[in-house]
Design a binder for this molecule. Structure first.
Ligand SMILES: Nc1nc2c(ncn2[C@@H]2O[C@H](COP(=O)(O)OP(=O)(O)OP(=O)(O)O)[C@@H](O)[C@H]2O)c(=O)[nH]1
Ligand SMILES: [Mg+2]
Length: 543
């Protein structure tokens, strides 16, 4: 493998802070639902020594479930609903791994997670190739210039031709590919992989969970392991790969133009170690982050961070809320005082934590690139910036206009106050959006997809003891509204009374019965800007 070793020596010579930051790797695992992200995550943790025994997605009775699908609803359905954060150390690197949900109904969570990472692993199901969600997520990565490593998973099953798969990635994503290893045999005959550069071999039987030194075996020796393999055909294929495929190039990878491709099977724990090694070697250390006033470099002395995710009720025994913050620069020390930019108020970070899915440990110190959980009681919001005093706001955490609006019906009217609190908390967490109509009618919830409503219902019941129903609303669409001229906005709001609601931050939204009505209104309201994506971080600034 001609993947260069990243020199850490330079960093150490610069300063201890730069050395710590230089060894951080913060990455997300993304893909279409079911491609194997959570299974791969579990095996990466196993490989990194962070767990001793790997669990299964949708485990049968008495079997271990995975670390990252920890919520009851995730275990029941065998899908991921929220992003899980896992921090672990392996081979001199500190990895912050974020396992995202693939289902489009939970895409807001995934998009926000992508604002917090420096690289992504794109998992592709070898039988299916590029699927709709993969394409969409890839586009988000490209917008943010996030370099991507590709893991072609489920090679133990019947799969498509590897050349076809590479061709599809190149054509549909306009992304160059550089295979690092090449599969020998398909499906039941999948025998192992051959490293393109060195010719070293890894066998499915015997080398699962391994990385580093490869076996020295000739192609005929590998082919002899399975009667269905043909040495000449394998040689020919490898020749073609070496001639026709691009070579790995670090610069093009870091610029997001080329992706190294690994073939493997997460289920069989095969090819996973090589992937983790590669992330350590080639994935970039924490990148500079854009803020409203300037760009913040990771190795600046002062600590800065932004909140990209809130999770409430992780531990049913305490009603706690965890704000997940990505450190953008400097060093966090437990107990330090920071300023919350949105409110200008100071807060003490007395109990920052590293997360390991649901489990946690106290973070005495953390560095740029790390993701830490900050327990709080609702002070911190998605998009908030924390600094050591500088007046600064990171930009770019998105919120999307909902595709579905429902009115909340609460059979037990005595619990209205509790419902209001619960909705507020879950909206701050980003589970749903809540809109409070100006005309005083019951709150509306907005979601990107129907599964979010299921999750909301289950969580309201399990975590707050509230049984609710949804009423179809007369409104179908919601758009944030703004205007350069505050008077014009005021007039528009007054004239559209019952179609106006406030979101969580108090920003006004216009609700429309349908697209036609939205367009009609828009045409007649010059000067009013309607948007379907809100930048939560810059909204946070307005307070
Ligand atoms: N045969 C085979 N099955 C696999 C492999 N990796 C994952 N699976 C199975 O594929 C299914 C989906 O795996 P998950 O890891 O939950 O996929 P995911 O991408 O996390 O799914 P979401 O988070 O819901 O989007 C599970 O039944 C896994 O056991 C593999 O390498 N080979
Ligand atoms: Mg998953």
């Amino acid at each position: 493998m001609n993947i260069p070793v990243r020199a850490a020596e330079g960093a150490e010579a610069r300063s201890p802070l730069a050395a710590e930051i230089g060894r951080r790797r913060t990455f997300a695992i993304i893909s279409h639902p079911d491609a194997g992200k959570t299974t791969l995550t579990e095996k990466l943790l196993l490989f990194g020594g962070a767990i001793q025994l790997a669990g299964q997605v949708k485990a049968k009775q008495n079997r271990r479930t995975t670390q990252s699908d920890w919520m009851a609803i995730e275990k029941e359905r065998g899908i991921s609903v929220v992003t899980s954060v896992m921090t672990f150390e392996y081979d001199g690197h500190v990895f912050n791994l974020l396992d995202t949900p693939g289902h489009e109904d939970f895409s807001e969570d995934t998009y926000r997670t992508l604002t917090a990472v420096d690289a992504a692993v794109m998992v592709i199901d070898a039988a299916k190739g590029i699927e709709a969600r993969t394409r969409k997520l890839f586009e988000v990565c490209r917008l943010r210039d996030i370099p991507i490593l590709t893991f072609i998973n489920k090679m133990d099953r019947e799969s498509r031709d590897p050349f076809d798969l590479l061709d599809e990635i190149e054509k549909t994503l306009a992304l160059d590919t550089a295979p690092v290893n090449w599969p020998v045999g398909r499906g039941r005959d999948f025998t192992g992989t051959i490293d393109i550069e060195s010719g070293g071999v890894r066998l499915v039987e015997g080398d699962a969970g391994k990385a580093g030194t490869l076996r020295t075996m000739s192609v005929p020796e590998v082919a002899a392991l399975n009667p269905n393999l043909d040495a000449a055909a394998i040689e020919e294929e490898l020749g073609l790969v070496r001639e026709a495929c691009k070579k790995f190039d670090l610069e093009s990878f870091l610029e997001g133009h080329l992706s190294p491709v690994f073939f493997g099977s997460a289920l069989k724990n095969f090819g996973v170690g090589d992937l983790l090694d590669a992330i350590g070697r080639i994935a970039p250390p924490p990148r500079a982050q854009k803020a409203d006033k300037r760009e913040v470099a990771a190795d600046e002395k002062n600590m800065t961070a932004f909140v990209f995710k809130i999770q409430a009720n992780m531990d049913p025994n305490h009603r706690d809320r965890i704000a997940f913050a990505r450190l953008c620069s400097g060093k966090l020390v437990r107990g330090m005082k920071v300023k919350q930019s949105r409110t200008g108020k100071p807060m003490a970070l007395n109990a920052p934590q590293f997360f390991f899915a649901k489990d946690r440990s106290v973070a005495d110190e953390a560095y740029a690139g790390d993701v830490v959980g900050i327990p709080n009681h609702g002070t911190l919001r998605i998009g908030d910036t924390l600094t050591e005093g500088e007046d600064l706001n990171f930009v770019g955490v998105p919120s999307f206009a909902p595709e579905i609006l429902r009115r909340v019906r609460l059979p037990d009217a005595m619990k209205a106050k509790k419902l209001k609190e619960a909705l507020q908390q879950l909206a701050e967490e980003g589970v749903v959006q809540v809109f409070r109509p100006h005309d005083g009618s019951p709150a509306m919830v907005g979601v990107v997809g129907p599964l979010q409503l299921d999750v909301l219902r289950v969580r309201l019941k399990d975590e707050y003891g509230l049984e609710v129903n949804w009423d179809v609303s007369e409104f179908q669409l919601a758009r944030w509204i703004a205007a350069d001229d505050p008077k014009a906005l005021e007039t528009f709001i007054r004239n559209n009374g019952s179609g106006i609601a406030d979101d969580l931050d108090g920003d006004p939204v216009f609700m429309a019965k349908n697209q036609f009505y939205l367009d009609y209104t828009r045409e007649r309201a010059p000067g009013i800007i309607f948007t379907d994506v809100k930048d939560v971080k810059s909204a946070a600034k307005k307070g």
